[in-house]
Design a protein around this ligand. Structure first.
Ligand code: HEC
Length: 175
């Protein structure tokens, strides 16, 4: 039992000579550890590029946002046409405004594909202006709903949902 304790104590105080064997063991452990660290470094470097979104992901991401806009505005359309009570109208307008505010970012990476026309990027100042206005108008409609009630918010919707005018210029539907 004392031997075991002594070994640890000697090592901690840099004991030499009598414990040469322990030093050797420590050295080989250090070498093994640094080799593991090196291998992990190489692995990390090799894996890092795979973590970034590839082009397919970029296209799918912006399409997810657009589909959300589609679902939420369809729900609002049902409310507007009176088939569904308007209890959730403000919440749906919040959703549209939120996703609208996220959408420009989703197009920033210049990745043609999906249903996006190349004009999105060659005409970026106009495209981004339209997307920003869309975000502002849907936010204003949602705010009107919060401040003055569903009627006030819904009244601004048809002016705020500029989907079609943007699609005419920047989207080519694939059939
Ligand atoms: C400022 C421009 C702009 C506005 C505003 C806009 N969109 Fe889009 N939308 C696009 C572009 C560009 C695409 C093509 C994206 C792609 O496929 O990569 C698209 C694609 C879509 C798609 C197809 C997604 C898919 O799965 O391929 C739907 C659905 C859609 N939009 C719905 C809407 C709705 C609903 C609104 C309004 C509430 C809206 N968009 C507002 C530019 C816009």
């Amino acid at each position: 039992l004392p031997d075991v304790n002594e070994g640890g104590a000697c090592g901690a105080h840099g004991g030499r000579g009598a414990h040469r064997h322990d030093d050797k063991l420590e050295n080989s452990q250090m070498r093994a550890l640094s080799r593991i660290a090196l291998i992990m470094g190489i692995l990390l470097a090799a894996l890092t590029p795979a973590v970034g979104a590839d082009e397919k992901d970029v296209v799918e991401y912006r399409e997810h946002l657009m589909k959300t806009l589609h679902e939420q505005s369809e729900a609002l359309g049902q409310i507007l046409s009176g088939v569904i009570p308007d209890d959730n109208a403000t919440a749906h307008m919040d959703q549209v405004a939120l996703v609208a505010s996220l959408s420009l970012k989703a197009f920033e990476a210049k990745v043609p594909g999906g249903e996006a026309k190349p004009a999105v990027w060659s005409n970026w100042p106009d495209f981004s202006k339209r997307m920003n206005e869309f975000a502002q108008k849907t936010a204003a409609a949602a705010k009107a709903a919060h401040d003055s009630g569903n009627e006030a918010g819904l009244a601004q919707l048809s002016d705020a949902l500029t989907c079609k005018s943007c699609h005419e210029l920047y989207r080519q539907e694939k059939k």
